[in-house]
Design a protein around this ligand. Structure first.
Ligand SMILES: Nc1ncnc2c1ncn2[C@@H]1O[C@H](COP(=O)(O)OP(=O)(O)OP(=O)(O)O)[C@@H](O)[C@H]1O
Ligand SMILES: [Mg+2]
Length: 298
C-alpha cells in the first residue's frame, strides 16, 4: 500500500469559494502597505529586514503571514502597529498614514502581556478607561467582551490565576475592547499546547465571525495558517519580500475535520514547497558520532 493520493491544485476554487473572494475584493481596504522596507543598523553593518513589501487587507478579511524564522514577520507587524518605523515606503490604515501606535490597531503578542496587578475586567477596561470611558456603561461593555471569550466566571480573577490559553483570551478581549479597525496578532498561540491551541483557533474564528474585525495573524504553523486565513502572505527570506499570496480554497466555516480535505492538503503542500524548498529539505547536518558504528539504532 504505497498509493500516492492525487491532490487538486491549490489554485482550484469551488464556485462558492471564488464568489466569497469576489465579495472580499469588493470591500474597502483597511490596511495598505506600499513599497515598504526596513533596514536596521547593526554592528555587522546594515540588515535589510524587509524589502519592497506590497499588499493590502480588506475589511473583515483574515490574512495570515508565514515565513522562515528571521524573515521579518515581527518587524512587519511592529511597523503596522506603529511600534517601529519603516525606512522606505509607507503604511496606510483606512487611508491615513501610520505614524505611531493608535487605537485603530489592536495588538496581541505571543507572550502574555496582561497587567498582573489588574483583574481580568480591569485589564479589559484599561484601553477604554485611558480614553476617559469609565463607569457602568464601560464596565458592561468590558463584560460583554469577557463573555465573548468565555471567561465571565473569571472577570474578578488576576492573570496569575489563569491558564495560558485563558490569558491569551483576555489579551484578545482587551485588544477588541478598543474596537480596533484591525487586530494584529504575532504568533498569539505559539506558547500553547496543541489541544489548547486548537480550541483557541476555533474560538478566534467564532469571534471574527461575530464582530466587525479584520485580522492580520502571524504564525510559524502551516496548518494554523490554512485553517484560519482567507489569504496567506508568504514572506521569503534574504531579502525578505512577499514571495506569494495564496487564496485559501478551503470553504468556510472551517473545522479541524477539514485538515485532511484535498484542498487543505494541496494548500499546505504549496506552503511547504515555498517555505522549505526541495534542496533545503534534502540538506543534512554534519553531526559528530558519539557512539560506536556497530551500536546503531536503525
Ligand atoms: N532592533 C533590531 N536591530 C537589528 N536587527 C534587527 C532588529 N530587529 C530585528 N532585526 C533583524 O531583522 C530580521 C527580522 O527579524 P524579525 O524578528 O522580524 O523576524 P521574524 O520573522 O519575526 O522571526 P521569528 O519567526 O523567529 O519570530 C532578523 O535578521 C533580525 O536579526
Ligand atoms: Mg517573530
Amino acid at each position: 500500500m504505497n498509493e500516492q493520493i492525487e491532490l487538486p491544485s491549490y489554485l482550484e476554487q469551488s464556485p462558492e469559494v471564488a464568489a466569497r473572494f469576489q465579495r472580499i475584493q469588493a470591500r474597502p481596504e483597511v490596511l495598505k502597505v506600499a513599497n515598504m522596507g526596513r533596514v536596521f543598523d547593526s554592528n555587522k553593518g546594515p540588515v535589510q529586514a524587509l524589502n519592497d513589501i506590497n499588499f493590502s487587507v480588506r475589511r473583515r478579511e483574515f490574512v495570515c503571514v508565514i515565513g522562515q524564522s528571521g524573515c521579518g514577520k515581527s518587524t512587519l507587524i511592529r511597523i503596522l502597529a506603529g511600534l517601529d518605523q519603516p525606512t522606505s515606503g509607507q503604511v496606510l490604515c483606512d487611508g491615513e498614514p501610520v505614524t505611531g501606535p493608535g487605537k485603530d490597531r489592536g495588538m496581541v503578542f505571543q507572550g502574555y502581556t496582561l497587567f498582573p496587578w489588574l483583574t481580568v475586567k480591569q485589564n479589559v477596561m484599561f484601553g477604554p478607561a485611558m480614553e476617559g470611558r469609565k463607569g457602568q456603561a464601560a464596565e458592561s461593555e468590558a463584560l460583554q467582551w469577557i463573555e465573548m471569550v468565555g471567561l465571565e466566571k473569571f472577570a474578578e480573577s488576576y492573570p496569575s490565576e489563569l491558564s495560558g490559553g485563558m490569558k491569551q483570551r483576555v489579551a484578545i478581549a482587551r485588544a477588541m475592547a478598543n474596537q480596533p479597525r484591525i487586530l494584529l496578532m504575532d504568533e498569539p498561540f505559539g506558547a500553547l499546547d496543541a489541544q489548547t491551541r486548537a480550541q483557541m483557533q476555533q474560538h478566534l474564528l467564532q469571534i471574527w465571525r461575530a464582530v466587525d474585525a479584520t485580522i492580520l495573524f502571524i504564525t510559524h504553523d502551516l496548518d494554523e495558517a490554512v485553517l484560519l486565513a482567507d489569504r496567506i502572505l508568504v514572506l521569503g527570506a534574504n531579502p525578505s519580500r512577499v514571495q506569494e499570496v495564496i487564496e485559501v480554497p478551503v470553504p468556510r466555516p472551517r473545522t479541524l475535520d477539514q485538515c485532511l480535505s484535498p484542498s487543505f492538503l494541496a494548500t499546505k503542500k504549496r506552503l511547504e514547497e515555498l517555505i522549505h524548498p526541495q534542496t533545503e529539505r534534502k540538506a543534512s547536518f554534519k553531526i559528530p558520532r558519539l557512539v560506536a558504528a556497530d551500536d546503531d539504532v536503525l
